[in-house]
Write a protein that binds this ligand. Structure first.
Ligand code: PRX
Length: 712
């Protein structure tokens, strides 16, 4: 901050700028100091913690995280780098993740709630599941997985579950036996689930008949039938579908149960009631779960996470960055179908023995006061959500938080860049000026946080995540691998120079893609076993201010971040061309006031097809059925031809420019530059008529649009 208290202004630099080193200028934001009351009780309040995690103490600094766990056998090697970039952490160690999240808390806090589940209908009672009760239910389900399904350590199982307590219970039951779980986001379609079943080689699917969203009991079992069918088409047969029931004894779906394949869990369970299954002692390096995420190509990547490294990392970051103590009531309003839910609803918080709140439904149902009512009633003191939710809550109920008597000590924002104005509303109104905020930057691949401030020790800066977290040494490289220095006013590709315990082990079934996507770009010597030669390429653009804080600008690959969901352009395009009339499809991001980005599809039709036959709806429906409702495009534009280079490549940045009302850039290299104006006139006119002309974009947004589609 300047001496007079006015925010600093970064002056534009007069430098020549390459494609990779885009210059981004914005106002430097004012720093916010953490509240003294928060500092007084924080897990990390001694600045010495930073010194313990500096590079000279790497990798042994992570012993501090691993020591938060109970090991059956201590490890002999902290980090084995002999087969880069397939790092191995805590080698020789053995532990059980379920034991660490459940059993070991029985002695100290058997009657404390481990999970509090809030159903969406307010007429339904909230359920508190104590550690003792969690232990019983996890054991019973583990017994069922073993006895009824015949599953054992190393086998894979797919869950397609919404936010109900049966999901973490089933995950922990798998962890107890060493079964590798793969939870597919409940909002994804049956087809998307089926593809992931086939890729992971799961023989069992766990689902539920229905769940509540926006006041409606949604039929979910119907997706299981589609999933099994799709998995079969892709060469994988599911033996058993286990169906939980949202209301005991009732069936919320219209789809028949398939004889010999589908089983209601509550029908099978009595045989396993009261059974106890000993936790299986797993090697630290055994996979704990797979989590699918989108990338540049059409096929989702199964990110494989380890047991010892992952659990240590989420326990450590939950303690120091989420500031979780066992006596806190912690509510992460993410979905367990995403990595945030795995790490920061289930594994991290439960490893620390706290109370973790889960909410079934939509935050604004039945009214925008709902989250604050939940917080007030349950005494939530740590709150964790995403910018898209914050924007929505601000829009529909800007003063609602002030009507409720809750007090957060700590809040998190995660998943997409947050606009400083939205951040300030979060701080002033949701946090009532009393809470420390962490803006945590990370990815499905990473297991846990990569960039964030230490909440009691480092000031907050709206819109910036902060420095690398403990033991993470980020760097920004340009396209040629030259370091882009802090304070240079230039952006580049953010990388992590070192391995860390939470990093995923590989892409399930595709180690080559693992190496080529994340390590090839900046590897200095592929024969080297020195980790310094293998920086991790995060596929995000970022810049670093002079004070060392990173501002994340978004993806540099062809991924569109819609309300925190990573959607691959290729997945969207492949779904669109399933529509018979469609010849070609291109997906682009459009800046959206609430969801960060929305998807727009551009479609060209096969010769002779009449464009007036409801093709837009068919494309939207195909995307919904292949991926899920989250991917539904905001608009589908039918164009006479796609703008293409002479080599036939669709220029996505040109249509992205049109969708966002920004400059389309140089079009002289196009084979058909004349279509650009034609498309622009049509799209702009339609958008203005629909009231969709965007607000003025920030410079960073303009740069993102300009570079879109350049990843190939
Ligand atoms: O572009 C970054 C953005 O979300 C991407 C990761 O998405 P996913 O794997 O679905 O994981 C989301 C939750 C960890 C990143 O590559 N992103 C994530 N967190 C932030 C962010 N962008 C800006 N600020 C953040 N705090």
């Amino acid at each position: 901050m300047a001496a007079d208290g006015a925010p600093q202004v970064t002056e534009p630099e007069e430098t020549e700028v390459s494609e990779a080193q885009i210059a981004v200028h914005w106002r430097e934001e004012e720093l916010y100091r953490p509240p003294p009351k928060f500092i007084g009780q924080a897990n990390a309040s001694d600045p010495a913690i930073r010194a313990r995690f500096t590079e000279e103490h790497f990798p042994d600094c992570f012993k501090e995280y691993a020591d938060l766990l109970t090991w059956d056998q201590y490890w002999h090697t902290t980090l084995d780098t002999s087969n880069p970039p397939f790092w191995r952490w805590f080698v020789g160690g053995r532990l059980n993740a379920c034991y660490n999240c459940v059993d070991r808390h029985l002695e100290t806090r058997p009657n404390q709630a481990a999970l509090i589940w809030v159903p969406e209908p307010e007429s339904e009672a909230t359920h508190a599941i104590t550690y003792r009760e969690l232990y019983r239910r996890v054991n019973e389900f583990a017994a069922l997985l073993e006895g009824f399904c015949g599953l054992k350590a190393g086998d894979r199982i797919t869950f397609h579950m919404p936010m109900v307590p049966e999901l973490p219970i089933a995950m922990l039951a798998c962890a107890r036996l060493g079964i590798i779980h793969s939870q597919v986001f409940g909002g994804f379609s049956g087809a998307a689930c089926g593809g992931r079943i086939a890729d992971s080689g799961s023989t069992v699917l766990v689902t539920i008949d229905g769940y509540y969203r926006n006041g409606e009991l949604i039929d979910h079992k119907v997706k299981a039938d589609e999933a099994v069918k799709r998995a079969h088409e892709e060469g994988m047969d599911v033996d058993k579908v286990l169906v939980f029931r949202r209301h005991a004894g009732q069936y919320a779906s219209t789809t028949p149960m398939v004889d010999g394949r589908d089983y209601f869990v509550d029908d099978v369970m009595p045989e396993y009631a009261g059974k106890v299954v000993p936790p299986v002692s797993m090697p630290a390096e055994a996979p704990l779960f797979i989590m699918y995420s989108s990338g540049t190509t059409g096929r989702p990547k199964g990110c494989q996470h380890s047991t010892g490294g992952y659990l240590s990392y989420v326990a450590g970051t939950s303690k120091f960055y989420q500031d979780i103590h066992p006596e806190d009531t912690y509510w992460c309003a993410a979905d367990i179908g995403w990595i945030t839910g795995h790490s920061y609803i289930v594994y991290g918080p439960l490893a620390l023995g706290t109370t973790s709140v889960m909410y079934e439904g939509v935050p604004t149902y039945p009214d925008p006061g709902r989250p604050w009512r939940i917080a007030e009633r349950l005494g939530v003191n740590i709150f964790h959500t995403a910018p898209t939710t914050i924007r929505m809550l601000r829009k529909v109920g800007p003063d609602e938080p002030l009507k409720y008597d809750y007090h957060f000590k700590h809040m998190t924002t995660v998943g997409e860049p947050i606009e400083p104005g939205v951040w300030r509303w979060y701080y002033d109104v949701v946090g009532k000026g009393e809470a420390a905020i962490v803006d945590t930057w990370w990815q499905t691949e990473n297991g846990g946080f990569l960039g964030s401030t230490l909440p009691a020790l480092e000031p907050m800066k709206p819109g910036s995540c902060g420095p690398g977290v403990l033991g993470i040494y980020p760097v920004i490289y340009d396209e040629n691998g030259e370091e882009v220095p802090a304070g240079s006013g230039k952006a580049g590709n953010i990388c992590i120079r070192n391995p860390w315990p939470g990093i995923f082990q590989t892409i399930w079934g595709d180690p080559e893609r693992f190496v080529s996507t994340y390590y090839e770009k900046y590897c200095r010597n592929k024969d080297s076993t020195d980790w310094h030669d293998w920086p991790y390429f995060a596929n995000d653009g970022a810049m670093q201010a002079a004070d060392g804080y990173f501002r994340i600008l978004g993806r540099v690959d062809d991924v569109i971040n819609v309300a925190g969901h990573r959607l691959g352009t290729k997945e969207l395009e492949s779904a669109s061309v399933l529509v018979e009339e469609v010849a070609e499809a291109a997906a682009v991001p459009v800046v959206d006031e609430l969801r960060g980005r929305a998807v727009e599809m551009y479609i060209s039709l096969k010769p002779g097809v009449d464009p007036k036959s409801g093709i837009e709806d068919k494309v939207a429906a195909a995307i919904e059925s292949e991926i899920g409702k989250v991917a539904r495009p905001k608009n589908v534009w039918i164009v006479p031809d796609m703008p293409k280079t002479r080599s036939g490549k669709i220029m996505r940045r040109v249509i992205a420019g049109i969708s966002n009302f920004t400059d389309v850039g140089d079009i002289t290299t196009l084979a058909n530059p004349e279509v650009v104006d034609e498309i622009r006139v049509h799209v702009e006119k339609e958008k203005v008529a629909r009231g969709e002309a965007p607000r003025e974009l920030t410079e960073a947004e303009i740069e993102e649009i300009k570079k879109f589609g350049q990843a190939e």
